[in-house]
Write a protein that binds this ligand. Structure first.
Ligand code: NAP
Length: 317
């Protein structure tokens, strides 16, 4: 029977299926795996189901030497914590969970977009503080959302789902940045660079994968190109945005605001960021719904099952 190590506690449905189908061990900690745990896991299990923060680096594979493990069935679509080249060199395949996360993550992008534009977090803090003095015509004026122009950095599965919500739900114009032309079935405009996309839009929404290629794609120059009223939304990976430059822009009031689900040095969120009222901060909630987390787990287990049966991996990366 396939020996499976799952690196975090799972939903009941995923845990029960894993135990029924495989010889499964589940870590009872939500902390990222230590180097020792990853090395031992690679040596002692056939498959590991890692997740965000489990840094399977070149060094980990080198330390493990000959691995019993032949598959990292990642729980999540983003796999920038795994060195895929080093895994391949070690004879370890990698799979992820695309699609299962798309709508939920797009919904969180819209949550942040609306909250940031309409100052919802700030307003909620005001009510909770007991200092709200009542409605008046010029109280807490935010940015009207309907009919604005959104720029999406990465028009892939999640980016397209965000664009549909913006186009059909809020009557927005949609521009985007990607490596190839996209046609979601309604008019969209492709930009040449992040800076040229940034300068024309009211909302800049980040939905590209993390990793070396996209690190600091949103830097001080891109932030400087944004309109002073525009909002930056990031549901991708923290490292795509230069967090220091973003804090400087928010402190200076150079942009209208920001809505963040992810952070450059997650879970550390700088005190300077937490002090600001013009930023909405969520604790990486993109896929945080029971049915979505179960769907992700089942997709990861489908890959484990395919591996165990010697079939093609449905979601190889
Ligand atoms: P996807 O379908 O692969 O889409 C990625 C998009 O980014 C594609 O349009 C791609 O363009 C574009 N892209 C990639 N590299 C680029 C570059 N260097 N410059 C410009 N565009 C680039 O991925 P997805 O399923 O939408 O997921 C996107 C990311 O969201 C994941 O990798 C993950 O990190 C993050 N995520 C976050 C959460 C959360 O909880 N907040 C949840 C799920 C996912 P081409 O198609 O032209 O290559």
């Amino acid at each position: 029977m396939t020996r499976l190590l799952i690196s975090r506690p799972m939903t009941d449905a995923v845990r029960d299926r894993a135990r029924a189908e495989f010889d499964t061990e589940i870590r009872d900690s939500n902390a990222p795996m230590t180097k020792e745990e990853m090395v031992t896991g690679l040596r002692e299990f056939d498959v590991i189901m890692p997740s965000l923060g489990d840094a399977f680096s070149q060094e980990v594979f080198a330390s493990a030497g000959e691995t019993r493990c032949k598959l990292l069935a990642n729980f999540g679509v983003g796999y920038n914590h795994i060195d895929v080249d080093a895994a391949r060199d070690a004879g370890v395949a990698v799979t992820n969970t695309p699609g299962a996360v798309t709508d939920a993550t797009a919904d969180i992008a819209m949550t942040l977009l609306l909250m940031s534009a309409r100052r919802a977090a700030e307003g909620e803090r005001l009510v909770r503080s007991g200092k709200w003095e009542g409605w008046h015509p010029t109280q807490m004026l935010g940015l009207h959302v309907t009919g604005k122009h959104v720029g999406i950095v990465g028009l892939g599965r999640i980016g397209e789902a965000i664009s549909r919500r913006c186009h059909f739900g809020f009557g927005m114009d949609v521009s985007y940045l990607a490596r190839s032309d996209k046609d979601p079935g309604f008019p969209v405009r492709r930009s040449e660079s992040a800076a040229s996309l940034a300068e024309g839009v009211d909302f800049l929404v980040v939905a590209v994968p993390g990793g070396d290629e996209t690190r600091h794609l949103i830097d001080s120059k891109v932030l400087a190109a944004m309109k002073p009223t525009a909002h930056l939304i990031n549901v991708a990976r923290g490292e795509v945005v230069d967090e220091e430059a973003l804090i400087a822009a928010l402190e200076a009031g150079a942009i209208g605001g920001a809505g963040l689900d992810v952070y450059e040095f997650e879970p550390r969120v700088p005190e300077r960021l937490r002090r600001l009222d013009n930023v909405t901060l969520l604790p990486h909630l993109g896929t945080a719904a029971e049915e979505v987390r179960s769907a992700m787990g089942h997709m990861a287990l489908d890959n484990v099952a395919a591996h165990a049966a010697g079939r093609n991996l449905p979601n190889a990366v």
